[in-house]
Design a protein around this ligand. Structure first.
Ligand SMILES: [Ca+2]
Ligand SMILES: [Ca+2]
Ligand SMILES: [Ca+2]
Length: 511
């Protein structure tokens, strides 16, 4: 009896060794057991970067299971011991930051069987060298486990490099992975967020800072596909879209799957989207004048699903935004002002639905509500030479509860003194000098922050002829007019020092 027990133990031991040493290596993903992998020109992308081994949270994959198939894993045990070789944020249970032991709607097994600080939320960070590759498109693939926002009342905020990314929040906040089970999600990165991938480092964080919900989760790996993402495995969604109440089929409705694939409805209201990466799929509708709706479905590779929609009219839409899209602003205390087409549910003007971010982080600020819109005043001044992005999500609703027709995303910039503050944002100085009746010179310059300014007119051999301006000057537009009576006809140099930068321009005096 004792001998056979030993034999059994030995057999199990050998079997385990066999499983863990069986390495999977594929063209798309390299060696699945490696923690940090960067590959160029794979069948799927120009550049593939992955952090975390592909190993189902250390449990390994069931025989024949393909984690990229979009199928759910079978349930697995918990908790498990963390392997310190697994990158930060992978293969470990994390419990949302706002959980403080008093969950409003109960809690899951991950929360109950782990504790701080072991289960604190940490981001997953990918470092890579673009080697000159220009980022034109990015698809993210994340193997996620036990996200259950609808079950426990969680509301996930997802950030990439501290910038909120609603396109992932929409997906994660509708996952119900009770089991616990895991699944691949694939999402296209909207163009507005591609800049986050241009510096060779992205740090992605899944957290919930507000609800206190009892939800834990885990991430097996994060993979990004830069340029030409061809995932090779596809599923199909079909459906019909009608107007609520009249049942009239709606044509020309834009239908989008995970932001990756899209299609329009035909005149009979039907649509078909194929080539969708399998897994967790969120289908969203967009049609001007109708509220945007989304529904979710899980499909395996080559699976087909049906999702019908009834759209309601009229949906609110945005009639005015300040600052305008693609504008360049000088006033660093500028507030975002948005006006809608109708009376709105002002409670939906909140920090979940209104997201204001710079290239590095989401900005905090004060929202002031009116019946048909709001203003968002950031808590601190904007920065120079920065691109800002504003997102108004379709979580914004009118009084009857109909969502905005679509997410609105736009960007604007602030003044860049190194590019744009040529002091010769000047009002055509040469015009003045060619006018014999004028003996005045007018120079205009714009400062986007308080600066030391020195400006003068010099002879062509560098001798100062006239002082224009000197001292500390406030931000804003400055206009200096001086009398040039004492300058003889001829060529002069206008020189302005703004901080540590100098600008010059030739001037001609001719009477
Ligand atoms: Ca692992
Ligand atoms: Ca959970
Ligand atoms: Ca892993």
């Amino acid at each position: 009896m004792k001998t056979s027990y030993k034999l059994l133990l030995m057999f199990v031991f050998l079997f385990c060794i066999h499983v863990s040493s069986a390495q999977t290596i594929t063209e798309e993903d390299g060696n699945w057991s490696e923690q940090y992998v960067t590959l160029t020109n794979t069948p799927q992308a120009e550049l593939m970067v992955r952090v975390g081994d592909i190993d189902n949270l250390n449990f390994g994959w069931p025989s024949g299971f393909n984690p990229f198939s979009g199928n759910n894993t079978p349930g697995h045990g918990f908790p498990w011991s963390v392997n310190e070789n697994d990158p930060t944020g992978t293969d470990r249970i994390m419990v949302i930051s706002s959980y403080a032991g008093a969950p409003p709607h109960g809690s899951d097994g991950y929360t109950a069987t782990t504790s701080r600080p072991g289960n604190i939320v940490t981001p997953v960070t990918l470092n890579y060298n673009l080697n000159g590759v220009a980022v034109k498109s990015v698809v993210m693939q994340i193997f996620v486990d036990d996200f259950q926002a609808p079950v426990w009342g969680a509301s996930y905020t997802i950030t990439i490099d501290s910038v909120r990314v609603p396109f992932l929040e929409n997906i994660i906040n509708s996952l119900v992975q009770t089991g616990p089970i895991g699944k691949m999600i694939s999402a296209n990165v909207p163009a507005e967020y591609l800049y986050l991938f241009e510096d060779g480092q992205v740090s992605i964080r899944f957290d919930d800072y507000t609800t206190g919900a009892g939800d834990g989760f885990a991430i097996d790996f994060v993979k990004i596909l830069i340029n030409k993402a061809e995932l090779g495995q596809y599923s199909t969604v079909t459906g019909k879209i009608i107007e609520k109440g009249t049942n009239t089929p709606l044509d020309s409705v834009l239908v989008v799957a995970n932001g990756i694939r899209e299609s329009y409805t035909a005149s009979d209201g039907t649509y078909l989207i194929d080539s969708i990466p399998p897994g967790y799929i969120s289908i969203r509708t967009y049609k001007p004048g109708y509220g945007s709706k989304s529904k979710n479905i899980s499909l395996a590779n080559e699976g087909t699903g049906n999702i019908d929609f009834e759209l309601e009219t009229p949906a609110p839409y945005i009639v005015q935004i300040t600052p305008q899209a693609d504008s360049i602003i000088n006033d660093l205390s500028t507030a975002i002002v948005v006006t809608f087409s109708q009376e709105m549910d002002s409670l939906t003007f909140n920090h979940v639905n209104v997201i204001f971010s710079d290239r590095e982080k989401t900005l905090s600020g004060k929202i002031t509500r009116t019946l048909t819109g709001f203003s968002f005043q950031p808590d601190s001044l904007l920065e120079n030479a920065m691109t800002y992005t504003v997102t108004i999500t379709s979580g914004v609703k009118n009084v009857p509860g109909i969502s905005l027709g679509q997410d609105y995303v736009w960007s604007f910039k602030t003044f860049d003194p190194t590019l744009d503050v040529s002091p010769l944002a000047i009002q055509d100085p040469l015009e003045v000098f060619y006018n014999p009746s004028s003996d005045e010179i007018t120079v205009t310059y714009i400062l986007d922050h308080v600066s030391q300014v020195n400006a003068g007119i010099y002879s062509i051999v560098g001798l100062k002829q006239l002082d224009l301006e000197s001292g500390m000057k406030d931000s804003g537009k400055h206009c200096v007019t001086i009398n040039a009576d004492n300058l003889l006809n001829g060529l002069y140099i206008l020189k302005i020092d703004l901080g540590d930068k100098s600008y010059t321009k030739k001037l001609i005096i001719k009477r």
